[in-house]
Design a protein around this ligand. Structure first.
Ligand SMILES: NC(=O)c1ccc[n+]([C@@H]2O[C@H](COP(=O)([O-])OP(=O)(O)OC[C@H]3O[C@@H](n4cnc5c(N)ncnc54)[C@H](O)[C@@H]3O)[C@@H](O)[C@H]2O)c1
Length: 296
């Protein structure tokens, strides 16, 4: 595989494009928004500067990496020559199905089509294409150039050859791929999100306050960040959407989202991106909101 296309130039797409280009692959970065493409390229340049400051890359590497990334606003042109396309567009089922129909129509017959989705079924995505055996999940973690894990998700129809090719490619990117099967939440979110949801239940049931819950998990379990702070980082709307996928996918009440999480999302308190979640970020600092706040 030489030529890679990445669909979506947002948080994940620009990180994925950066990583492939850093490891010598030629990358077409596709986004419907010219503004997102410009922002993505600026972010990549800034992130490379950080790697240069740390001594892991040089100015010459920067030039070479940036020269390997080609922006496209037309999906058809962007994917025509690609051996592998990694889709990292907005997390929305209808949008992903539409994009995969297009990828199937415009890609080379033997191209592999991967999705970076956090929670949408790879099997469902593959079913709208004529090449289910070539469709797979390639779930990178944020920030992509730094995080080692790639969760490689086999859909119902994914072939052994496609899985082997994507596992091998992930190793070539310096990552540690892990193969999992396609059930709701895969492994990462099936385990992480119920933990976050349980932390929210603990707050909702007044077992402890925000700081206390996060401190127990940081100091007691050596987590780098407490679950409520992590929820604020991920976005409470994203956490809620993934809990709904788990609840619907398994039909098990243990995955029911905490009513406090539902209320906060309805109130527009989505975490860092809205300036307030379990912590208040409004004055440029991070302050735990008092537990009583969550009862009103
Ligand atoms: N943010 C994370 O921490 C994270 C981690 C793992 C996986 N993911 C998954 O990665 C995917 C992308 O997430 P993100 O956080 O980068 O989102 P984002 O909102 O930062 O970026 C999405 C980009 O997709 C573009 N887009 C929308 N429709 C498009 C189309 N038809 N063609 C081309 N581009 C299109 C948007 O313009 C935007 O730039 C989602 O599936 C998400 O679940 C996110």
């Amino acid at each position: 595989m030489n030529k890679i296309a990445v669909i979506g130039s947002g948080t994940m797409g620009n990180g994925i494009a950066h990583t492939f280009a850093q490891f010598g692959y030629d990358v077409n970065l596709v986004d419907i928004s010219q503004e997102a493409l410009n922002k993505g390229l600026t972010t990549i340049a800034k992130n490379i500067d950080r790697q240069i400051a740390k001594g892991s890359l040089t100015e010459d590497d920067k030039t070479a990496i940036l020269n390997r990334i080609h922006p496209f606003s037309d999906l058809k042109e962007g994917v025509a020559e690609a051996d592998l396309t990694v889709e990292a567009a907005t997390e929305n089922l209808e949008l992903k199905l539409k994009i995969f129909r297009q990828l199937d129509a415009y890609s080379k017959a033997d191209a592999i089509l991967a999705s970076n989705t956090s929670s949408i079924s790879i099997t469902q995505i593959a079913a709208v294409t004529s090449r289910g055996k070539n469709v797979i999940g390639m779930h990178f973690m944020n920030p992509v150039p730094v995080m080692k894990l790639v969760e490689v998700i086999r859909g119902y129809a994914t072939s052994d050859e496609t899985t082997a090719a994507v596992m091998d490619l992930s190793l070539k990117l310096g990552k540690s791929p892990v193969e999992v099967n396609d059930y709701a939440g895969f492994i990462a979110n099936r385990i992480l999100m119920p933990m976050i949801n349980e932390a929210i239940f603990s707050l909702y049931e007044c077992v402890a306050g925000v700081e206390e819950i996060d401190t127990v998990m940081k100091l007691g379990m050596a987590h780098p960040m407490g679950p409520l702070q992590l929820a604020d980082f991920i976005g409470l709307d994203v956490c809620l959407a993934i809990m709904k996928v788990l609840h619907e996918g398994f039909g098990n009440p243990k995955y029911a989202p905490c009513p406090l999480l539902v209320n906060m999302v309805m109130a527009g308190k989505k975490g860092i991106k809205s300036g307030e979640g379990f912590y208040d970020y409004s004055n440029g600092t991070k302050e735990a909101r008092p537990a009583a706040k969550f009862l009103s």
